[in-house]
Write a protein that binds this ligand. Structure first.
Ligand code: AMP
Ligand code: ZN
Ligand code: ZN
Length: 332
């Protein structure tokens, strides 16, 4: 068997990645939420001075001799090599394809203790510029059809490394979540679904958490879990990497603001940030955005069995808790 394989679940039509090598990444199978992601017996490979512990950087940003943001290939990739998406059937039930693609780690700051919510604004802008540059590189790679940018912060959110980082995964197929969102945009009659959402949420006001000239943060009407947030740029663009610089930076700032609010109002919760941008070479309606999902609940049997989430904190309540004066970012 190839070390990285996609297998089709014929019950749901979803692809599953089987990547045995990833089992050997540090703390990959640590289960206890009590144990933080730091392992004191190993130096942090993402800290300045330990650059040899990672594969050579793909990009570094910052003054000569030091760096502010560093992008490296993931040492334990879930996807690698650049083969086109060719699926093979093995009889009537089993279907596989190579799990080819790009898996990169983007170190958000030289500071081991930082989080996106505590970064200086200037640093957030370097991070967003780095994300844009890498996505642009993925967009020009023929076998790559979609790139997923994620941040895992905290053990409960799946982080295996404590040092603040994001991951970029360029993959050879359009995943279900994206296909579902594409279908949502296509279903909506009357312009862009998210452009309309911004207008409505601003006029209603009760789910608006923060807004600037370039981006809004809302607790969406359809939030699937407590304190789930949606960050939407005002300017309509399908692709993150084609957004104007001021929009790009403003979305980074809005994410920082949302995370700082969560931290101030709820404490140091684990969270995921996931960016959604249109798949490459897709021409349907899309409006790029980011979801902030605080890890405050567990997917239990009903959610697993049905795919129907039960949210015990209404988004109107979450927005009331989070809105108001911006918290002191430096203290969060
Ligand atoms: P997370 O699991 O969200 O904490 O992301 C950390 C990622 O860093 C994982 O996907 C690991 O495979 C990857 N990783 C761990 N150690 C290294 C290393 N020394 N160099 C590059 N990537 C690493
Ligand atoms: Zn570190
Ligand atoms: Zn989305």
């Amino acid at each position: 068997m190839a070390t990285h394989q996609l297998r089709l679940d014929p019950l749901t039509g979803r692809w599953v990645v089987v990547a045995e090598q990833r089992r050997w990444r540090p703390q990959a199978l640590a289960l206890s939420s009590e144990r933080g992601p730091d392992d004191p017996s190993r130096p942090c490979p993402f800290c300045p001075g330990n650059e040899e512990e990672t594969p050579p950087a793909l990009e570094t940003y910052g003054p000569n001799g030091s760096w502010r943001v560093r992008v490296v290939p993931n040492l334990y990739p879930a996807f690698n090599e650049h083969e086109p998406m060719v699926s093979t059937t093995h009889g009537p039930v089993f279907t596989s394809a190579p799990a080819s693609g790009i898996h990169e780690v983007l170190v958000l700051s030289p500071d081991h203790e930082a989080t996106w919510g505590t970064l200086e604004l200037e640093q957030v802008h370097v991070v967003m510029a780095a994300i844009r540059d890498r996505i642009e590189a993925h967009a020009h790679t023929p076998a790559i059809r979609y790139s997923q940018v994620i941040v895992n912060q905290g053990r409960e959110a799946g982080a295996s490394m404590a040092h603040p980082h994001a991951q970029l995964l360029g993959i050879s197929f359009v995943p279900r979540e994206l296909a579902d969102e594409q279908a949502g945009f296509a279903r909506f009659v009357g312009g862009c679904l998210l452009c309309n959402t911004i207008v409505l949420e601003e006029s209603i006001g009760e789910r608006l958490v923060a807004s600037t000239d370039y981006a809004v943060v809302i607790a969406p009407y359809w939030a699937a879990g407590p304190f789930e947030l949606l960050v939407v740029p005002r300017h309509h663009s399908a692709h993150l990497h084609l957004a104007a610089q001021e929009t790009l930076f403003a979305v980074g700032d809005a994410i920082r603001d949302g995370l700082a609010r969560l931290r101030t109002r709820l404490g140091p919760v684990a969270y995921n940030v996931v960016f959604h941008s249109s798949p490459y070479r897709a021409f349907g309606q899309f409006h790029w955005h980011a979801h902030i999902v605080a890890k405050l609940s567990t997917r239990a049997g009903f959610e697993m069995g049905t795919g129907v989430p039960i949210n015990v904190v209404a988004p109107e309540v979450a927005a009331r808790v989070l809105a108001g004066e911006a918290p002191n970012q430096a203290a969060s």
